[in-house]
Design a protein around this ligand. Structure first.
Ligand code: CA
Length: 255
């Protein structure tokens, strides 16, 4: 689940980003209304946390333009104004909920969960490909009916691949979407996490065989999921001794 935090108080924005990432969400942060609208158009967050008082374009303008564009992201307005008029105006413009500052992080996280739950009941709550199911609300992954334990980043990486099923997804795109890193960043973190994912997901064979399982390497391009109709064998846990060597990275730096 992608959440965009739009907040010009940078310390508050950074605090919310870190806290929500710890809850397992994929989070980006913008500090003015103009950049927020650009980010929404290109990154398609499912939820936007929107401060009202912003430079360049204020929160009400951002909200009005989102709805004029028929962008259906859920919007939680964060405002220091407690008068009912502002809240009514926000809801009339298409906000889904309002939260008055100051608020506790626990309350914010609960409101986010409620909005995402409500949204998830509508569409795309469960992504399916071959025998894999990815439950975006409960953060569960099943293969052949068996639960696969993934870390938050592994989950986000698989989610990105499943959202782009039918396409080849480049490393730079995955760096941006999953790690919020510059597409030019020099790192092998995508390849390393693909190896981790294959280790957990691959269908019984050698996890280092780039084209034997669910996630395929497209040489020089990136990664894609196998065709939906492909004949994958039943998932079996892969023995560690047949895994081959996994590249070493400072995992904590990316997790
Ligand atoms: Ca503000």
């Amino acid at each position: 689940m992608r959440i965009l935090v739009v907040e010009d108080e940078r310390s508050l924005g950074a605090f919310l980003k870190i806290g929500l990432e710890r809850e397992g969400y994929c989070v980006q942060f913008e500090a003015d209304g103009e950049r927020a609208l650009q980010r929404i158009a290109t990154w398609h967050p499912e939820l936007v946390l929107l401060d009202l008082s912003l430079p360049k374009r204020d929160g009400l303008e951002v909200l009005a333009e989102m709805r004029a564009r028929h962008d259906d992201a859920s919007v939680l307005v964060l405002t220091g104004r407690s008068d009912a008029d502002v809240q009514v105006q926000c809801l009339d413009l298409g906000a889904d909920d309002c939260l008055i500052k100051p608020f506790s992080f626990q309350e914010l996280a609960a409101r986010c969960r409620a909005l995402i739950r409500r949204r998830g009941q509508i569409a795309n709550a469960v992504l399916r490909h071959c025998d894999v199911e990815l439950h975006r609300i409960s953060h569960r992954v099943l293969r052949g009916g068996q639960t696969i334990d993934l870390t938050a980043k592994e989950f986000s990486l698989l989610e990105a691949l499943m959202l782009h099923r039918g396409e080849c997804v480049g490393r730079s795109q995955l760096l941006t979407e999953v790690w919020q890193m510059s597409p030019e960043a020099v790192t092998n973190v995508v390849d390393v996490y693909i190896t981790y994912l294959r280790r957990k997901l691959n269908a019984g064979g050698n996890a280092c065989d780039a084209n034997s399982g669910l996630i395929r390497t497209v040489r020089g391009m990136g990664y894609s999921l196998c065709d939906a109709g492909c004949n994958l064998s039943m998932h079996k846990p892969v023995k560690r001794e047949v895994m081959g060597r996994v590249p070493v990275v400072a995992e904590a730096a990316y997790a």
